[in-house]
Design a protein. Structure first.
Length: 474
């Protein structure tokens, strides 16, 4: 049976669901919990498997959460949806038998039948063989700095299957839902994803092979590793080689966590203190379950109904342009990515008569911190970290302001004088109010109607399709 058939087998998806359910975990950006998926498993699981088989499956962005670190600061978690975790687990189950024999013995993390205690015992084994000089090393933000194209090339070298590579590419590039919007990554793999550990091992497999030769011994657990030698001189030369190898992969040694030492001087590795012949576990005090901080507690993200299947060429081009700017894509533009924002509660306004008139040119100001001012016959947009943009006032018939955007007094006066409506919305697109000239007879016609927050992305999509807006500050 081919790898793809084993992957798509109903029993493989059933097993994947069982493992995801057993691991528990919180909901993703769609807010669907494991319990909710479980209640409709008999229909949801076959539907998910068919979507993967026919090529219409697309992952949703990752949910960003923060937990406090013991020494201060915050650790970021990026959580896939339950359905995405199931698909990743299903692929992992058929990939492990293929990938596992190819990995080097020096690698101990994220592998069946291996553990950090085995890595500790391996260090002791090489010590007893006379390898008593240590390069104790750590990679700077390893998961966050994995280069996508190199990773995909490494995966392809081991399993050259287009359908599988397409899934891996989708998972590592899907983006993270942050407070400011969806951040599309230029590099890195999310630590919260089921598939990431095996990808992390694939990425460093050639590194493991190189450092395990030439009179040195490597013991690696994820991004934490030691290189052992009988000679300090070997390690002085070896450290330069390690730095060079990592640099070729877009990685770097952590300067404060990397040093050359000897067993007699002692060092710590994987929660154990090594000193001479002694190995002592370092017991950490038990901590209460940390509270999770969710930057978007009320936001629910789903695939847009009109965006089922693969994105169009226009959507792909827009996404690439936004991604190149390396800035979060704000909620009003989620529709370009094929997503919709939903909330359980309604966002009401008093009037149910108003509607948008057709054919108007609109200025959408969505980048947070932008300052809009007026000079002679032009509106000047001043985003916080980009060059200013000038737009002739005569070309603007409506301004939509999303979130933290400032308007100068001159802009407000000009809009009142020329009857240019200014609609104020939250960053998520909720209607907040409007600025309108008292002399205009068309207030009812020109005020936005928002029954739900989800109407904003739909309206933006219609505007993009029918007549591109003058400006999307993203």
């Amino acid at each position: 049976m081919s790898l793809q058939r084993r992957f798509l087998a109903p029993e493989n998806f059933e097993l994947a669901w069982d493992k995801v359910a057993a691991n528990r975990g919180c909901a993703g950006v769609d807010r669907e919990t494991i319990a909710a998926f479980g209640r409709r498993k008999h229909t949801a699981l076959p539907h998910l498997r068919r979507a993967v088989a026919n090529g219409t499956y697309r992952p949703l962005p990752l949910r960003q959460l923060f937990i406090p670190k013991a020494k201060g600061g915050w650790r970021e978690l990026n959580i896939p949806t339950v359905r995405d975790r199931i698909v990743q687990q299903a692929l992992l189950q058929v990939l492990h038998p293929v990938m596992e024999p190819q990995f080097e013995p020096a690698s101990f993390a994220y592998r069946p039948g291996r553990s950090h205690l085995m890595a500790v015992r391996q260090v002791a084994h090489w010590r007893d063989k006379g390898y008593d000089w240590i390069l104790d090393a750590d990679i700077v933000k390893y998961f966050a700095n994995i280069q996508h194209e190199r990773l995909l090339a490494e995966v392809q070298e081991r399993v050259d299957l287009p359908w599988m590579l397409a899934l891996v590419r989708a998972w590592v590039s899907v983006g993270v839902l942050t407070k400011e919007g969806i951040l599309l990554p230029q590099k890195g793999v999310p630590q919260g994803s089921v598939i990431s550990p095996i990808l992390a091992n694939v990425y460093l497999d050639d590194f493991d092979e190189t450092l395990s030769a030439q009179g040195r011994r490597l013991v690696r657990f994820a991004d934490d590793f030691v290189v052992m030698s009988r000679s300090r001189q070997w390690l002085l030369e070896g450290q330069a080689e390690v730095a060079r190898l990592l640099d070729e992969m877009g990685l770097a040694l952590h300067p404060e966590k990397t040093r050359i030492t000897h067993f007699d001087h002692g060092f710590r590795f994987l929660g154990h203190a090594f000193s001479g012949d002694l190995i002592v576990p370092i017991k950490k005090p038990k901590r209460a379950q940390p509270a999770l901080i969710d930057p978007q507690p009320d936001l629910k993200l789903v695939h847009g109904e009109s965006m089922s299947g693969q994105p169009t060429m226009m959507q792909q081009a827009l996404v690439e342009a936004l991604k190149a700017q390396q800035q979060p894509i704000p909620p009003p533009l989620f529709v370009v990515l094929g997503y919709q924002v939903r909330r359980d509660r309604l966002v009401e306004i008093e009037s149910d008569e108003v509607e948008w008139s057709n054919g108007m040119s609109s200025l959408y100001v969505v980048q947070q911190g932008t300052y809009l001012q007026k000079e002679q016959g032009r509106f000047i947009l001043n985003p916080p970290k980009e060059a200013s943009l000038e737009i002739p006032i005569r070309e603007v018939e409506r301004i939509l302001v999303f979130g933290n955007v400032q308007l100068s007094t001159a802009v407000i006066g000009t809009c009142l004088q020329l009857s240019i409506p200014v609609i104020f919305l939250s960053q998520l697109g909720e209607y907040k109010g409007h600025l309108w000239s008292a002399e205009s007879p068309d207030l009812v016609v020109e005020t936005a109607q928002f029954k739900r927050q989800a109407e904003v992305p739909a309206m933006l999509l219609r505007r993009i399709q029918n007549k591109p807006p003058l400006f999307f500050l993203q």
